[in-house]
Each structure stands twice: as C-alpha cells, then as structure tokens.
Design a binder for this molecule. Structure first.
Ligand SMILES: C=C(O[C@H]1C=CC=C(C(=O)O)[C@@H]1O)C(=O)O
Length: 402
C-alpha cells in the first residue's frame, strides 16, 4: 500500500519541482504514496468544532459548492485539531498539483536553516512537565487511567519569520519517507512538520493504518543506536504503551471493516532522531462510501496522542498539560471526491508565526514511566524541528526536580 496512489489526476511534475512552487498561503503534503501542492484557496470551512458529524457535513458542503462552481474533481486539504471542541480548517485549493512520490531521496541535500532566536522559552517549564508525569503516575494507582500522552512546547521568538519552503526542503532531505507538510494554520500562521505516523490511508475500499507508540531516542554511536532499537523490541513498558494504541484502533476499525489484518507484534522503525514501535494494520471497508476523512474522524484521537480510556486521558491532559495543543496531535491530510485520501498525525511539527515559532512534542506515559525519561523523550522528538531550523536548546537540568 505504499506504492503510488492510482491517480485520476495528471502528475504535474517531479515532487521537488512541486515544492519549489510553494508560496505563503499554499498547502503542501507529501507521503510515501503521493505529493500534493494546493495553490491558494477556492472554498474554505472553519468548522465550529471537530466532531466527526461536523467534519462530514463540512466536507459534503465543500464538495457540493466546488462542484456547483464547475470544479470537476475537487480535493479537500486540511488541519483537524487535537480537541473535538476546537475548529478544523478544511479547504479546496484553487489549483491542485500532484506529483509521484518517493523521489525526495534523490533531491539535493538541503542545509539546516540559520534561525536567529531572540529567546527560547519552554511552555510549560521542564519542571511543570515532570510534575504532570508524576500526577499521571498517581492517577494510574487511583483511577481507571492506563495511559496518557503528555506534551510540552518551546516558543522561540525570532528576528525574522522562518521560511516554510526552506524548512520543508530541509525536513524532506532528512525524512524523505515520512509525512511532510506545510499548511496555513491561521491568518499569518502555518503548521510545518515531518510526521512519521499515518492515521489512515484509503484507496478504494482498502484502508491502512500505521500507529506508532513506544519510542527511544537514537544515538550517534551506531552500536549504541542498534542496542537501543533492540532494547525497544523487548521493553515491557513500550510494548504495553504500543498495544493500547493497536487495541483502540482495531476496536474502532472492526465495525467499519469487512476484513482486517493485524500483525501479531510490532516492528521497529527509525526517524532521524527516534526509534518507534510500529504496527501496520490493513483492511477492507464494509461501506465503500465511507471517506478517508470519516474513517480518520472515527479514530481520532487514538491513544498514540491522547491515552486510554479516552475520556480519562482527555481529562488528565486538560488538567495537567498547561498549554493549548491546537493542531499539534491533530490530523493533517487530504480527501478527494471519491473518498480516497490520507490523514497523518500532526506531530514532529512547529507552528510558524511572523515573530515566533512554537515546537511541540509529547510522550506516552504508562505505569513504569519516569518523569525524567519522558522529558528526555520529548526533548529528542523536538530535535527534528529544532535541528532543521538551526535552533539550539537544551533543558536546564537544574530545573528538573519533579
Ligand atoms: C506525541 C508524539 O508521539 C506519539 C507518536 C509516536 C510515539 C509516541 C510515544 O512513544 O510516546 C507518541 O505516542 C510526538 O511525537 O509528539
């Protein structure tokens, strides 16, 4: 299922050429299956909330409006927030260009950006984060909560706006096989990232999900790096953390699917900075009219970004995390008028604003987690974006006394 999507659209040019055309206000999404550049906006909906029914209704309206105005084959691109109470941004681009996937590896290597930061502020502080993990560990003993994903962010005030196109080029040269994206996230903001995680791809009645959970930072020494990957395979804590995600996705997909293939155990995959436990689940939809967006909305948020049970985890995040996630740990992707599409989890990403950037990362907390371990995991995850922007930041170890 990682071969190019059978395209009903002409392939306009090589992927790299597509990226060269990215302008402020445009939307770019590349995956192992396709590359899309949405130029401008023909029709948009900023939904009042991100509940599945609201998203479905907004998508139907967008397709109807686009067709009524003469668009023969509209495609929706968009950002869906973590929180169901927040607004999603769905839009049909004025012009859509598509390229075949997979040739980013042959593209010229791009250097990291040289971002000048006036100040870098952790929001919340490392100390607050460690206390949040500690509070979650207490909840495991006293409530039904089994897992919660706790996140934090860094705000870097910048002298000049970070260039989304240059940042994407760098991300594609270090993560050519991931889900790389840049989409407008506000009047002057955009969300740019290199996610390793596919929530759902639909091609006809076939679907594929690729949840990740259970992680360890990579190491510059190849032997130690290998040792860490092997350790992840047998880490009880990480396998439990992973199993909860697979279980939730399988439970949500079963009623939607005629067939579902679930491997017995996870494999280990690498990004530039992390090793992750990964499971590829494939199935055949029972109702082939169900769109990629509807399937994504039915699954979101999985315990890879929220926790289990869902309501308890959501409550713990609202009580302990101390910042608004917005589109971070939401969804980014596209859906065409036949329902085919891809929705990746919006992680390993940064929000770019004219005078600052905000980088995010979260980590799954389960019984057996340690505050320091999760702090280090989130620091390592943030490095993908910090390195690409050329920003230096280390948590101040003296702050961290949970
Ligand atoms: C929430 C994030 O990662 C999720 C996805 C992969 C592995 C994860 C983990 O091992 O904790 C998280 O569930 C993030 O990267 O910010």
């Amino acid at each position: 299922m990682n071969q190019p999507l059978p395209s009903r659209f002409p392939l306009d040019q090589a992927p790299w050429g597509l990226l060269e055309g990215l302008k402020p206000g445009d939307a770019f999404f590349s995956s192992p299956a396709t590359t899309l550049l949405g130029r401008g906006t023909a029709h948009a909906r900023h939904t009042p909330d991100a509940r599945p029914e609201t998203l479905d209704a907004a998508a139907r309206e967008l397709f109807d409006t686009a067709r009524a105005q003469g668009h023969p084959d509209p495609v929706i691109m968009g950002l869906i927030p973590f929180n169901h109470a927040d607004s999603a941004r769905l839009f049909v681009p004025r012009e859509l260009l598509r390229a075949a996937p997979g040739t980013f590896e042959q593209c010229p290597a791009s250097a990291p950006l040289e971002t000048r930061a006036l100040a870098i502020t952790p929001e919340p502080s490392p100390e607050h984060y460690c206390q949040a993990v500690d509070s979650a560990l207490t909840l495991f003993e006293t409530t039904a909560l089994n897992k919660v994903v706790l996140a934090r962010s860094l705000r870097a005030d910048t002298q000049a706006p970070v260039d989304a196109q240059a940042l994407l080029k760098r991300l594609l040269s270090i993560n050519p096989r991931g889900y790389n994206f840049a989409l407008p996230a506000g009047d002057t903001e955009s969300l740019v990232g290199a996610s390793p995680e596919l929530l759902i791809r639909r091609v006809g009645n076939r679907i594929i999900a690729n949840p990740l959970a259970g992680s360890v930072p990579r190491h510059s020494d190849p032997q130690e790096d290998q040792r860490r990957a092997e350790g992840l395979y047998v880490s009880d804590k990480d396998l439990r953390e992973h199993a909860l995600v697979v279980e939730a996705i399988v439970t949500a997909l079963r009623p939607l699917c005629r067939t579902l293939e679930v491997p017995e155990g996870p494999e280990v995959i690498a990004t530039d900075r992390m090793w992750h436990l990964s499971t590829t689940i494939e199935g055949e939809l029972a109702d082939p009219t169900m769109t990629s967006l509807s399937v994504a909305a039915a699954l979101h948020p999985t315990p890879a970004v929220c926790g289990a049970p869902w309501q308890d985890a959501h409550q713990a995040i609202a009580s302990f995390e101390g910042f608004e996630r917005g589109y971070f740990t939401g969804l980014v992707g596209w859906c065409d008028a036949t329902g085919d599409g891809e929705w990746a989890i919006a992680i390993r990403c940064a929000e770019l604003a004219p005078d600052h950037v905000r980088v995010f990362a979260g980590a799954g907390v389960v019984p057996g987690s340690s505050p320091q371990g999760e702090l280090e995991e989130t620091a390592a995850k943030m490095r993908t974006m910090l390195d690409a922007m050329g920003l230096d930041y280390e948590d101040d170890a003296t702050n961290v006394t949970a």
